[in-house]
Design a protein around this ligand. Structure first.
Ligand SMILES: *[C@@H]1O[C@H](CO)[C@@H](O)[C@H](O)[C@H]1NC(C)=O
Ligand SMILES: *[C@@H]1O[C@H](CO)[C@@H](O)[C@H](O)[C@H]1NC(C)=O
Ligand SMILES: *[C@@H]1O[C@H](CO)[C@@H](O)[C@H](O)[C@H]1NC(C)=O
Ligand SMILES: *[C@@H]1O[C@H](CO)[C@@H](O)[C@H](O)[C@H]1NC(C)=O
Length: 500
């Protein structure tokens, strides 16, 4: 009797502990840096902490962000870009160098809490046509060997972030899941290696892309609030594509003998511009639904425990490739300047808060001058030029600035260029077509931006303790180099202006 009570008590305690551990779980996010004007890393780290993010994924070992993450209490996953796979695959010493410079160094010198190294980024995407197929697994092995040699293999785990197209289902149901036939063997080698090293598999899942790729995709199936057309798989009824997709992977793993392989969702999110389905309303609906699941620790029918889920992404990236679509530059929970796009309830019911301490350039914009004619023959060339060097993706079909009249459309392009060029006077001198104004030209949802001011960060002296090292690896050196580089870029951007 007493024993039974004890057992009951133990169970209750265990339950409380486990459920508490799940509820207290923080949030994870991808911090991408493909921006012409990335927010200062210290501001971003505060933004992460203010919003309860305690895990972050970087696509590269970027020195600024890594240093800022030191002693922040935030756990870090560092990516190795695909371009590096060949060299790391071909030589253990290249892997050792990478680990020394990009992992050991940041742990020991800066106190960065590095937990994962992500080897490659979606290396098996079909669009790469097998380019990284031979190098991904050997690179993974070499990085693991290097981590062991550095004495870090217990603390830092390897993983490979894969696109969800590495698995598929012949039946259209999750239970039909298996790895794609052209990479089946490669996947088994990788998964088996990860299992032997107590490391997780990382998968990126994008319901938005399902909708983008197929106009007949049922919209409500992309979200988390139920659907009229559930996918019925034996006893399980799937009401959202995320669960069905994730469980397709679980089935694929199970079928190949890896039923308990831990999974991380490496990227998932919804963009807010650049496509008719990329808007604030859908993004809020998707991300809030997802966050609620994360906060409740909700898993899927096949895997009741919630995986770590890294949202994509933190901040908009205005120089990200738009080859997949204009929406690529608008995945952020925050705009380029760390302002909030839409309200979101995060961990503990706290509402999302913006970045603090962001500095802006002057409150002025570059617009078409009233005296210029909208039919001026120089306009197409000038607009094309502006949009080649600055981000005009908000002007396209289905985007926030698509409804503008022609003159405002041109003004938007000129202003984007002017702001991206740090409001240099010459960047608003399109052969008398343009002028600078202090009147905000924003209309409705279409924001005419003012660029953030990064100059103080670049010209102010670095903190005394981080002065330039004799070997030139200090913060100051990088700062100056970056400033020079930006200046060269601005001059280069402005050269052809004089040809109009
Ligand atoms: C460390 O990572 C950075 C950023 O990806 C890269 O440029 C550098 O070459 C890496 N170091 C080594 C030794 O590979
Ligand atoms: C404005 O410009 C963009 C590209 O520069 C174009 O795609 C869009 O259709 C234009 N919109 C209007 C209303 O002219
Ligand atoms: C620009 O305007 C100024 C003054 O109105 C004029 O002198 C100049 O020739 C114009 N330049 C061009 C390229 O049209
Ligand atoms: C540069 O110098 C610092 C301190 O003098 C040292 O810790 C670091 O390893 C050196 N870096 C390289 C790449 O030689």
């Amino acid at each position: 009797m007493k024993e039974r009570m004890n057992m009951g008590l133990q169970f209750l305690l265990y339950f409380l502990l486990v459920s508490h551990a799940i509820v207290a779980e923080g949030l994870a996010v991808n911090w991408g840096l493909k921006s012409s004007h990335p927010l200062p890393p210290k501001i971003v780290v505060n933004l992460l902490r203010d919003n309860g993010f305690d895990k972050v994924k970087l696509f590269e070992a970027e020195p600024g962000p890594l240093r800022a993450l030191g002693k922040s209490g935030i756990q870090v996953m560092i990516g190795i870009p695909n371009d590096f796979l060949a060299s790391i695959a071909s030589s253990v010493s290249a892997a050792e160098q990478w680990v020394m410079q990009n992992v050991s160094n940041y742990i020991s010198q800066y106190g960065v809490d590095i937990r994962y190294v992500a080897v490659g980024n979606e290396p098996f995407l079909t669009t790469y046509k097998g380019m990284y197929q031979q190098t991904t697994f050997p690179a993974l092995q070499n990085v693991q060997a290097a981590l062991i040699k550095a004495g870090l293999s217990r603390q830092v785990k390897v993983t490979v972030p894969l696109n969800a197209d590495v698995y598929q289902t012949a039946t259209g149901l999750p239970s039909g899941g298996d790895f794609r036939s052209d990479i089946h063997d490669a996947m088994l080698s990788i998964v088996s290696f990860l299992q032997d090293n107590a490391a997780p598999l990382t998968i990126n899942i994008y319901p938005f892309l399902s909708l983008y790729a197929d106009p007949h995709f049922p919209v409500d199936y992309a979200f988390f609030s139920g659907t009229n057309s559930p996918v019925v798989d034996g006893p399980i009824s799937y009401s959202n594509v995320f669960e069905a997709n994730y469980d397709t992977l679980v089935w694929a793993l199970e079928k190949n003998g890896f039923a308990s392989m831990p999974i991380i969702v490496g990227e998932i999110g919804w963009p807010t511009d650049g496509n008719s389905n990329a808007n604030i309303e859908y993004a809020r609906k998707f991300n809030q639904g997802l966050l609620n699941r994360i906060i409740q620790g909700k898993g899927t029918p096949k895997r009741p425990s919630s995986p770590d889920i890294y949202l994509f992404g933190l901040i908009d990236e205005d120089i990200k490739s738009i080859q997949p679509g204009d929406f690529e530059r608008h995945w952020g929970l925050f705009f380029y300047d760390g302002t909030v796009k839409y309200s979101l309830s995060l961990a503990d019911g706290q509402n999302i808060v913006p970045a603090k301490g962001v500095k802006y350039l002057d409150r002025q914009w570059c617009v078409m001058s009233p005296s210029a004619s909208a039919t001026d023959p120089n306009i197409p060339g000038a607009v094309n030029y502006a949009c080649t060097y600055a981000d005009c993706t908000s002007l396209g079909a289905g985007s926030t600035c698509n409804g503008l009249d022609l003159r405002s459309n041109y003004s938007y392009a000129f202003n984007q260029f002017y702001q991206t060029a740090d409001q240099q006077k010459a960047a608003c001198e399109f052969s008398n077509l343009t002028m600078i104004t202090q009147v905000d030209p924003s209309q409705g949802k279409c924001r005419f931006e003012i660029m953030i001011d990064l100059s103080s960060r670049e010209v102010s002296p670095p903190p005394p303790r981080n002065r330039v090292h004799p070997n030139g690896s200090g913060e100051g050196f990088h700062g100056v180099k970056k400033m020079l580089w930006r200046w060269v870029l601005v001059v280069f951007m402005m050269l052809p202006l004089f040809w109009f």
